[in-house]
Each structure stands twice: as C-alpha cells, then as structure tokens.
Design a protein around this ligand. Structure first.
Ligand SMILES: Cc1cc2nc3c(=O)[nH]c(=O)nc-3n(C[C@H](O)[C@H](O)[C@H](O)COP(=O)(O)O)c2cc1C
Length: 348
C-alpha cells in the first residue's frame, strides 16, 4: 500500500436515508445471523446487521419459516432483510413485507453460488444479466421507501467479471449501496478475496461500496477503508467462534485503538450469554440444538477439546451446557490459541 493516498474517514456511514454508527457491518449468513446473533453483535457495535437470505417466493406465500427469518425487531443496530429471487413483482411484494416486519433496508442476494438457487435464475445467476438484475432492483426501489441494496460477487468466473458494470446499473435504478464479495461464483469460497477488484467497483460508482471476503484482521480492514478502497466492510466467517472480533474491528476503525483478544474465560462467558439469548428467543429445546455449533467453536480453543466435542453433539439441557462450559473453563485455552471454523460452502 506504500504511496497510496490515505484519506481521513468519518466513523459512520450513510446508506440512503440511513445513518450507520460504524463502517463495520455484519454479513448475512444462513443458519447464523438470526435475531439473537444480530442482537449480540449490535451490542458489540456493528453498524448494520442482516438476516440470512430468504426466498422471496416463500415470503409472498407467507410460509411461516420464511416470515420467522424476517423478524427484524429487537437489537439496537438497523437491520437489513436479505431476499433472493428473480421476479420483479415477487421481489417488490416481498420487499414490502420485509419493511412491514421491521427491516431498516432491503438487500438482494446476487452472489449465492449454490445450484438450488442459480438453477432458478437467482443469486449469482441473476447477476450475469445486468439488465434483468436492474429491472428486479428497480421494481423494489419503487415499492419501498427504505433503502434497497445489493450484495454481489465479482462475476460468474474470471472471464466474466461484471461487478463494476452491474454496480453502475444498480446505482442508476436507485440502489443505495452495494456489497461486493471479492470472489467469483466459480470460486465459491476458494482462494483469497480480491480487494483490488472490489476497489475497482468503488471507482465506478458514487454510492457506498462495502467490501466482503476474509475480513479477519483489524489493521488490514482499517487500512483499506482509510485508503478509500471501500466505504466499509462486512464481517462473516471472521467472527465465528469469536464474536469479540466485531468489537475489536468497530473500535479500531473508529479510533485506531487495538483492543486485546478476550481472555478464554471471557470468551466462554460471551458464548454463554449468546446461548441464553437463543434460549430466550427459541425456547430451550430448539436453542440448545442451534447453539451446539457455537459451543463447539468456542471450546475447540481449549485444551483437551476433542473429548468435550462429543458431549456437545447431544447437549440438550441447560445443565449439560453449563457442565460443558465449566469443563472448558477448567481446562483453559489450548496453546494453539483461537480456533476459527472453515466453511467451504455458503450462500453468498
Ligand atoms: C455459512 C455461510 C452462510 C452464508 N450465507 C449467506 C447469505 O445468506 N447471504 C449472502 O449474501 N451471503 C452469505 N454468505 C457469504 C458471506 O456473507 C460472505 O460474503 C462470505 O462468507 C465472504 O466473507 P468471508 O470470507 O469474510 O467469510 C454466507 C457465507 C457462509 C460461510
């Protein structure tokens, strides 16, 4: 980055009419960014949180599970509701329902790589057709008064990079910001995200550009924002098993302060709190099933974790949860330090 002009940046970010308190946002993630998680990362300072992607067709048919995912109440940060689909009328109608359910903005998933989505012409498949995508987003902008945004990949593959052109077309129909995941659809989650390509999108439009991909280092993140490569960034896999990273990123971006990693006991306490919030939201039975992955990711950082992981697989009472966390606390941190789960698949 030597020689690159360093701009001063304000703490917050404006997306359409929405003022965000931080440039650190939370990425949509299927199976992860539910209401309790969103509330917790709001407390840690995230400027914007997001639902996972929800199929617009299921929303307009009022399928209970889809509507439940769009429960945008609670939490202190504004909430983006993310939709996936390709029919302008259906997407517009679904956007209205998102707003009725409390969404502060409506986002469209244009990056989902999975066959069940792209084979229906949605996600990354829709993004291949710039005009069709602009028609969908234009209809949504017309339908709601909250900002409409889009999350895209760089292109379908390295020969068809179209993110700058797509972002311009979306800006022209009134889209308020774009998030760019610096990989192609064909890369899925392989290789490193290309932030120089994300910066090319930023050069192509006037609306805010949010970067996505491998956000796991607060210094690198701040450097990219200060250099003007992006207006903000979304944290995704970088916070799994270590939600404290959100607080570290928010603080570092705002003030330059480097907040220490959490002591192991505090990390366990944060997971315990997350599980309590899940129980309050879903009831114990469902919450303890959903919460197993969070406990497994947390205790994987402790000495002798393999023995405890088997316990987590059938953790179904609060007593069992407490026992597992007590054992982990007593064992202490592993010499290898913080563990981060690796996903080679995902929906965006
Ligand atoms: C488990 C998982 C689920 C995801 N679900 C979504 C989703 O619902 N919508 C979306 O736009 N992106 C989704 N993504 C993509 C992330 O939002 C993010 O763009 C991607 O993981 C790259 O960031 P990272 O390298 O920092 O993880 C998902 C990713 C993962 C790992």
């Amino acid at each position: 980055m030597a020689g690159m002009a360093v701009a001063t940046v304000s703490t917050g970010l404006r997306i359409g009419t929405l003022e965000l308190s931080s440039r650190v946002l939370i990425a949509p993630m299927v199976g992860i960014t539910d209401a309790p998680l969103r509330e917790l990362v709001s407390e840690l300072g995230a400027g914007l949180v997001s639902t996972e992607m929800v199929a617009a067709e299921a929303v307009v048919r009022e399928v209970g599970a889809a509507l439940e995912l769009l429960d945008c109440r609670g939490g202190t940060s504004p909430v983006a509701a993310q939709l996936v689909g390709c029919d302008p009328q259906v997407m517009a109608a679904a956007a209205r329902i998102c707003v009725a359910r409390g969404a502060s903005l409506v986002d469209v998933n244009l990056g989902c790589p999975v066959p069940r989505v792209v084979n229906r012409g949605s996600g990354a498949a829709l993004a291949r057709d710039v005009a069709a995508t602009a028609r969908v987003l234009g209809a949504m902008v017309e339908a709601v008064s909250v900002p409409v945004t889009a999350k895209m990949r760089l292109g379908w593959d390295h020969h068809t990079i179209n993110a700058p052109e797509l972002a311009r077309a979306l800006q022209d129909v009134g889209v308020a910001a774009v998030t760019v995941h610096g990989r192609t659809r064909c890369q899925r989650y392989q290789g490193l995200a290309d932030w120089s390509e994300i910066a090319r999108v930023k050069e192509s439009v006037d609306i805010p550009v949010i970067g996505s991909g491998d956000v796991d280092d607060v210094r690198v993140l701040r450097m990219r924002v200060r250099a003007g490569m992006v207006d903000g960034a979304v944290i995704a896999r970088g916070m799994l098993g270590n939600l404290w990273f959100v607080h570290q990123a928010v603080q570092h971006l705002a003030t330059g302060a480097l907040i220490a990693d959490q002591p192991f006991a505090d990390r366990i306490a944060l997971t315990e709190r997350h599980l309590e919030m899940l129980c309050a939201y879903y009831g114990d039975t469902r919450a303890l099933r959903i919460g197993r992955k969070y406990v497994a990711w947390t205790i994987k950082g402790c000495s002798g974790a393999a023995r405890l992981r088997a316990e987590v697989q059938h953790m179904d009472t609060r007593e069992h949860l407490r026992w597992i966390l007590d054992q982990a606390r007593a064992a202490g941190p592993a010499p290898t330090g913080h563990f981060q789960p690796v996903f080679t698949s995902g929906e965006g």
